[in-house]
Each structure stands twice: as C-alpha cells, then as structure tokens.
Ligand binder design. Structure first.
Ligand SMILES: [Zn+2]
Length: 185
C-alpha cells in the first residue's frame, strides 16, 4: 500500500490536479504508472487529501474515476467539445446528489460517506476548479516524460517543474551532462 505512494506527491495545490497526477510518467508510455489501479491507493489518497476516511472496497469506482480524471486532464491540456459535453453531463448528474450549506456564497458539494460518493464529489470539486481563475494557471511539467500538472503562481509565469527537487534536478543534471559531453547527447 505504501509502495503505491512512492514517488507521488500532493503538489497540485488542489484535489483536482492531485487526482490528474495519480498517473506518473504520463508522457512516457514505457514508464507510465497509474496509481489508482494499485490496491488501497484510492483510500489512502482520500485520507491524505483530507477528503474522506473510507474503508469500503474501492474496486467499483476505479474505472469511472479514471474516466473522470482523463476527461479533466484533456480539458486542462487540449480541450475539445466532446470532453466539455462529457464533463457537463457528469456535472449535471452530480448536481442531482449535491447539497449546500444555507450560507452565501452557495457551494454545492457531494458529501463522501461511502465509496459511491467519490466520483460525483470529485466531479463537483473539479467543476469548481475548472470554472475558477486558477484553471488558467495550470501548467504541465517540462521534465521529460513527467506530465504532471501544477499551478504556476509565479509572477512571470516561469515555473517549469512539478518539483524542483525531482524533475528540476533531473533536467538540470541532464542539461549539465549534455554540455559536458556534447557528442554523447
Ligand atoms: Zn515533473
């Protein structure tokens, strides 16, 4: 269970990007690792993101949750009308299950009390995020093959890496090596 967490970091700044980042090495098919398929990962993720504390069997929601995740990923990186429509239909369905506190501004959420609540809850969380100004700050890591998404809150929009310790260091080392050994590229 802890193995499935190795190399994963909650760097997205919000649950929507952290969900997208449950795929590691997305842009390098030889290394791609989908953590959602690892037994127990989802429960651990829900706990560590503070969204819910569940012990239910998560098997049944892995496929629909992956589908939501991939739709959101495409909306954030290369949106097409079909994905907007697909996401819109999911939001409409989730809204049917949502409740809001009687306080302004109204915020519709699906409380996560059992595993079946996870997909509609994350759909509405993603909807809030995709309609927020932060959605325009999403960047994809420049590390070779990485593919993780993060919020670039730097003033001049200059952040390149998901993490300066991981991809940042790796790329700096790669560039340094190329400079030192140009022939071996
Ligand atoms: Zn990265």
């Amino acid at each position: 269970m802890t193995d499935s967490w190795r190399g994963y970091h909650l760097i997205g700044g919000n649950p929507t990007l952290d969900l997208v980042n449950t795929v590691s090495w997305r842009l390098d098919p030889a290394r791609t690792f989908d953590r959602l398929t690892a037994p127990g990962f989802l429960s651990l993720w829900l706990t560590r993101t503070d969204l819910a504390h569940l012990t239910d069997d998560e098997t049944a929601v892995i496929d629909p949750l992956s589908e939501l995740r991939e739709t959101v990923y495409r909306l954030l990186t290369a949106p097409v009308p079909a994905d907007v429509a697909r996401f819109g239909a999911s939001v409409a369905a989730a809204r049917g299950l949502a409740v809001a506190e009687p306080a302004m501004p109204l915020r519709w959420t699906v409380p996560i009390n059992r595993i079946d609540d996870v997909v509609p809850a994350l759909t509405l969380i993603a909807d809030d995020f995709l309609r927020s100004p932060d959605a325009a700050l999403v960047r994809q890591c420049a590390g070779a093959g990485c593919g993780w998404l993060f919020l670039d809150r730097t003033r001049n929009h200059s952040r390149q890496w998901c993490s300066s310790q991981d991809c940042g260091n790796r790329e700096r080392a790669r560039r340094h090596y190329r400079k030192a050994h140009p022939a071996r590229g």
